[in-house]
Design a protein around this ligand. Structure first.
Ligand code: ZN
Length: 255
């Protein structure tokens, strides 16, 4: 299967300001995966243009930071393109090619986009004799990028077949909101010996995100508390690390 890549000219790029710096092929070690990290941001080509504007005008960079971008529909865009030093993965910019998913990698990513990311990754790999590793930005710098959902997919081997579809996710959203209202009134904690459906759903979610809560049994035990704290630590810019699931942690778990 081959895919079309929209060239910089094709999407109306304004960059680069000066000629690109080329990667030294022998020094390149891997592919770095990013996401936009913007909640409810623009989609499609508008997201790509917003990135370019931000990187060139606000950050004063030479061009859009990434080598490649993939939107929610799976459309692939040329950023700086093949073999060019990028700007998003310091200190790895001279040793990686970067791919940015323009959606939010904390939420389930549509299969179309995953397919394109996987295809693009292997096409980059081919240019480097399949010697590159593929890592999330968070493996290379202190950041939550590329979002927990996308990162877990990457860690899980980038499979497409057994992925939860976003539609299914919408279906359980109502349940999440209903339980969230209960949690807001009565936070879940080990001290309260919380138990029941909300605990079970939180445990299931923690497990899916890679934080082992012990058995998913609806009982808030010590291992669940440890998992909650690890999750809160990951998002410590937003959450208090107290091992208690209140409304903020609940919202972040299901963001
Ligand atoms: Zn990133």
């Amino acid at each position: 299967m081959s895919k079309t890549i929209i060239s910089r000219k094709g999407w109306g790029s304004k960059g680069p300001k000066k000629p690109f710096t080329w990667l030294n092929k022998n020094r390149v070690k891997g592919v770095a995966l990013h996401h936009s990290g913007v909640k409810n941001g623009p989609s499609g080509v508008a997201a790509v243009k917003a990135f370019e504007k931000h990187h060139m005008d606000s950050n004063g960079w030479n061009a859009i930071a990434y080598n490649w971008l993939v939107d929610e529909e799976g459309v692939i865009y040329e950023g700086r393109g093949a073999g060019v030093v990028s700007a998003a993965t310091r200190p790895w910019n001279s040793r990686t090619e970067s791919i940015c998913y323009t959606g939010d990698g904390d939420k389930p990513v549509p299969s179309k986009a995953l397919e394109s990311i996987r295809w693009l990754t292997s096409s980059v790999q081919e240019r480097y004799d399949n010697k590159l590793w593929v890592k999330g930005h968070r493996d290379l710098a202190s950041t939550s990028c590329p979002g927990t959902w996308l990162y877990n997919w990457l860690q899980g081997g980038m499979g497409i077949d057994r992925l939860p579809e976003p539609q299914e996710w919408d279906g359980i959203k109502a349940q999440i909101d209903r339980l969230g209202a209960i949690v807001a009134k009565k936070p879940l904690s080990r001290r309260r010996r919380s138990r029941g459906e909300a605990v079970r759903v939180a445990q299931e979610r923690l497990k899916a995100l890679g934080f082992d809560p012990g058995p998913v049994d609806g009982h808030f035990g010590p291992r669940t508390r440890v998992a909650v704290m690890a999750f809160q630590k990951r998002y410590r810019d937003f959450l208090t690390v107290d091992g208690v699931v209140g409304s903020n942690s609940w919202r972040m778990l299901f963001a």
